[in-house]
Design a protein around this ligand. Structure first.
Ligand code: CP
Length: 309
C-alpha cells in the first residue's frame, strides 16, 4: 500500500503532489463506501481520536466526527468553551492529560497560527490541523480540490479565482498551495485592503475587478468576510462590499463562461454571495460538505496506517 510522506497533516505546504493524489484516490474509495446501505468499515477499530476545538466550528467538527465513526474509531470530543482551559489550563497540559488516556490521533482547531505544528513537536500522537488561525486549513483545501476535480475532471490548467477576504483566510492559503501543486492557474480578487502584500510571490495574480476575475475563471471560490478577525474596518460598509465584491445572479448571468461557484461556509448571505447564487445550480457548496467526510476519512485512514508501522 502507498504511504503518505508525512506523519501529521499540519498544512498543504508540507504535502507532496503524490500525497494529494493518494488522498484523492483513497477519498474516492471512501465516497463509494459512504454511499452504500452499510456505511461503516472497521478500518480504524482500536484507534482512539481526540477532537480538540479551541475555536467554533460546524462543518469541520461534525465532518471529522462522522468520518471517524464511519471508520469505527473511538472518538472523544473537547470544546475549549466548556473545559478547564477556562480555568487557565495550558494547551500542552490539556493535550497531555487527554493523551494520558491513550489517544492515538488529535484533530485540533485553534485560533493561533502554528498551534498544530507546536503540538506535533511536543506530544506523541499524530496531529491533524483542522484550522490554525489565519494560517492553514488543509482538509478544507483538499475537499475543495477534490470537489473541483469531481466536477471538472482535472485541476491542471484550470483557472481558479479566490474571491474576498484573502487576508484573514486560512482557506485561501491552503487552497493556493494545493491548487498550485496540482497545476491550476490561481487568481485572488478582492479589495486591496483584504489582499496580503506580496501575495504574488506565491505564484498567484491579483485582480480588483470582480467582473473581470469571474470572466477569466472556470471556478470561483468565494470566501466569507471574517468579521470576527477584524479589529478595524477594511471597507466602508457591508452594503458597499456587497456592491463591489458580492457574487450576484446578475453578475453570473452576464458571464460568457460556465462558472463553478464554491464557498467553504459559513456563508454571510447577501454580503459575499447572494442567496439566489448560493442556492443555484452553479454552486456546489453542499457537494463540498459531502466530499469533506470522504476526504477526512482518507486522511485519518492514511495517517493511522503510519502510526501502526
Ligand atoms: N469551512 C469550515 O471550516 O467551516 P466550520 O468553521 O463550520 O468548520
Amino acid at each position: 500500500m502507498s504511504k503518505l510522506s508525512v506523519s501529521h497533516l499540519l498544512g498543504i505546504k508540507y504535502l507532496t503532489t503524490s500525497d494529494i493524489e493518494l488522498i484523492f484516490e483513497t477519498a474516492s474509495h471512501f465516497k463509494e463506501v459512504i454511499n452504500r446501505p452499510i456505511k461503516k468499515v472497521p478500518s480504524l477499530r482500536d484507534v482512539t481520536i481526540a477532537n480538540l476545538f479551541f475555536e467554533n466550528s460546524t462543518r469541520t467538527k461534525l465532518s471529522f466526527e462522522l468520518a471517524q465513526k464511519r471508520l469505527s474509531a473511538d472518538v472523544i470530543n473537547f470544546s475549549a468553551s466548556n473545559s478547564s482551559v477556562k480555568k487557565g489550563e495550558s494547551l500542552i497540559d490539556t493535550v497531555n492529560n487527554i493523551l494520558s488516556m491513550k489517544v492515538d490521533m488529535v484533530v485540533m482547531r485553534h485560533p493561533n497560527p502554528g498551534a498544530a505544528m507546536f503540538l506535533s513537536k511536543h506530544v506523541d500522537a499524530s496531529i491533524v490541523n483542522a484550522g490554525d488561525g489565519a494560517h492553514e486549513h488543509p482538509t478544507q483545501a483538499l475537499l475543495d480540490c477534490f470537489s473541483i476535480r469531481e466536477k471538472l475532471g482535472d485541476i491542471a490548467g484550470k483557472k481558479v479565482v479566490i474571491v474576498g477576504d484573502i487576508l484573514h483566510s486560512r482557506v485561501a492559503l491552503s487552497n493556493i498551495f494545493a491548487l498550485k501543486k496540482l497545476g491550476a492557474e490561481v487568481m485572488v480578487c478582492g479589495p486591496l485592503t483584504l489582499i496580503p502584500k506580496h501575495i504574488e510571490s506565491l505564484g498567484v495574480t491579483v485582480e480588483t475587478n470582480l467582473q473581470k476575475a469571474l470572466q477569466w475563471a472556470d471556478v470561483a471560490n468565494v470566501l466569507r468576510v471574517q468579521f470576527e478577525r477584524m479589529r478595524t474596518s477594511f471597507f466602508p460598509s457591508n452594503r458597499e462590499y456587497a456592491m463591489q465584491y458580492g457574487i450576484t445572479k446578475q453578475l453570473v448571468e452576464q458571464l460568457d463562461n460556465d462558472l463553478l461557484i464554491m464557498h467553504p461556509g459559513p456563508i454571510n448571505r447577501g454580503v459575499e454571495i447572494s442567496s439566489d447564487v448560493a442556492d443555484s445550480e452553479h454552486a456546489i457548496i453542499l457537494d463540498q460538505v459531502e466530499n469533506g467526510v470522504a476526504v477526512r476519512m482518507a486522511i485519518l485512514y492514511l495517517l493511522a496506517s503510519k502510526i501502526e508501522q
